[in-house]
Design a protein around this ligand. Structure first.
Ligand code: PLP
Length: 440
């Protein structure tokens, strides 16, 4: 049976070039990068080279790159490494659990968190971030791209707010890295986490940008690896694989791969939307709070403490909605029905009158791998917190599927999905008690 994998936001396979780059570091050049002898020097050189590549990827200095085990560790490091009892933390209700659970743990230790909600399109309004900032605010953490909807968040605008108010800014860029133009200077962040396995690199390895002077406590202590910012013998093959994947991702942004992927995603989306009773979650900007049109200074706004923050050099409007500025009016967002920015490979679609999980299984039986709008927590299936935060009711959240295309996706993959999905939806709707109740 033909198999089509459309769950790239869960993980991706390694590209052949990545495997080739890693190969010598399993057996031939197996040394410990901290050893003085030749084996150690070979490993050390490979890590240094990878660090240079990652510095190019982030657009930062090599000394600002810290290798780690991936996105979860990066997110945890930013949060546990900067926040202390009494601090205020601002994040969003659509973050990955690596951020949300870290915030929950800190709540027990006296760190209060504000979870900013998205609008109905899954977009965070920078104005809401600004309004949430209290005098004791120390860290803002906002993702670059949402893992479920693909919606790109206006991180450069939020970076400006962080600079203006003197609050540290972390970006969970796990889902955006390799899919959009990437530049931590333009984003104006102090910290940024990425993970290799989301961009055709190996699992269990990632990197973090740590802006020079950011007073972050290491999560892991021990040896003096990574300039004492992350203890533990370097995963040399993993680091080499990450750097190769990042190098290939930088090419993909230039050589038309991402545009091709967006066209495939759009064709898939248009095809699926031919099925009656379907719609896209997070495709159009439709929300505007009336108070956003009012000029008002955010409460608790401060000037440049705790001293590390600088003004972000970028114009800040490249990702997300472009703000309209007026006298005394820091950020005003017009109502818009325009498509909102998403990463090229993702679409999230609801299907009336069926259970998403049943459709995931039905598609799997036809050779198509996608994921649903629910997650299994402690044995119970809960609707996605992201879709719920966007205002979907439980039934619709549960009836949603995420399609996320690999960089190597083809027209034939899209054809395969379109070929099987209509029948699968029809079959399930015929059997569905939801449909029976609604139609009866
Ligand atoms: N952040 C986001 C947005 C993610 O999608 C994921 C993984 O799905 C993570 C963090 C965790 O990354 P990792 O699997 O490398 O720990």
């Amino acid at each position: 049976m033909r198999r089509t994998y459309m769950d790239a936001n869960a993980t991706t396979p390694l590209l052949p070039e990545v495997i080739e780059a890693m190969r010598p570091y399993w057996m031939e050049h197996f040394g410990n990068a901290s050893s003085i002898h030749l084996h150690g020097q070979q490993a050390h050189r490979a890590v240094n080279q990878a660090r240079e590549t990652m510095a190019q990827f982030f657009n930062c200095h090599a000394a600002e790159v810290v290798f780690n085990s991936g996105g979860t560790e990066g997110d945890n490091t930013a949060i546990f490494g900067l926040l202390h009892p009494g601090d205020h933390f601002i994040t969003t209700s659509i973050e990955h659990s690596a951020v949300l659970q870290a915030a929950n743990r800190l709540a027990r230790g006296g760190v209060e968190t504000t979870f900013v909600a998205p609008n109905a399109s899954g977009l965070i309004d920078p104005y809401d971030i600004r309004r949430a900032i209290r005098p004791e605010a120390r860290l803002i953490s906002v993702m670059l791209a949402n893992n479920e909807t693909g919606v790109l968040q206006p991180v450069a605008e939020i970076g400006k707010i962080a600079a203006e108010t003197g609050v540290f800014f972390h970006i969970d860029a796990v889902q955006g890295a390799g899919k959009v133009e990437f530049d931590v200077r333009r984003f104006g962040c102090h910290l940024c986490s990425i993970s290799a396995h989301k961009m055709h690199g190996p699992k269990g390895v990632g990197a973090m940008f740590v802006r020079r002077g950011t007073p972050i406590e290491p999560l892991l202590v021990g040896g003096s690896h990574e300039r004492r910012r992350r203890a533990g013998t370097e995963n040399v093959p993993g680091i080499v694989g990450l750097a190769k994947a990042a190098e290939l991702a930088m090419h993909s942004l230039q050589d038309g791969t991402i545009d091709r992927l967006a066209a495939l995603r759009d064709r898939l989306e248009a095809g699926v939307l031919q099925i009656p009773g379907t719609g896209v979650n997070g495709a159009h900007s439709i929300d505007c709070h009336p108070e956003r049109a009012q000029p008002s200074a955010p409460e608790g706004q401060r000037e440049n403490s705790p001293g590390q923050a600088q003004r972000s050099p970028g114009n800040g409007a490249d990702i997300g909605v472009a703000p309209r500025r007026g006298a005394g009016n820091p950020l005003v967002y017009p109502i818009s029905t325009n498509p909102i920015p998403r990463v090229a490979n993702t679409t999230n679609i609801w299907f009336d009158q069926l259970e998403g999980e049943a459709l995931v299984i039905a598609l799997d039986l036809k050779g198509v791998a996608v994921s649903g709008g629910s997650a299994c927590h402690s044995g119970a299936t809960e609707p996605s917190h992201v879709l719920m935060a966007m205002g979907l009711d439980k039934t619709r959240a549960r009836a949603s599927l995420r399609f996320s295309l690999l960089k190597t996706a083809t027209e034939a993959d899209v054809d395969h999905v379109l070929q099987v999905i209509t029948g699968a939806v029809e079959n399930l709707r015929e059997l569905s008690p939801i449909a029976a109740g609604t139609l009866g």
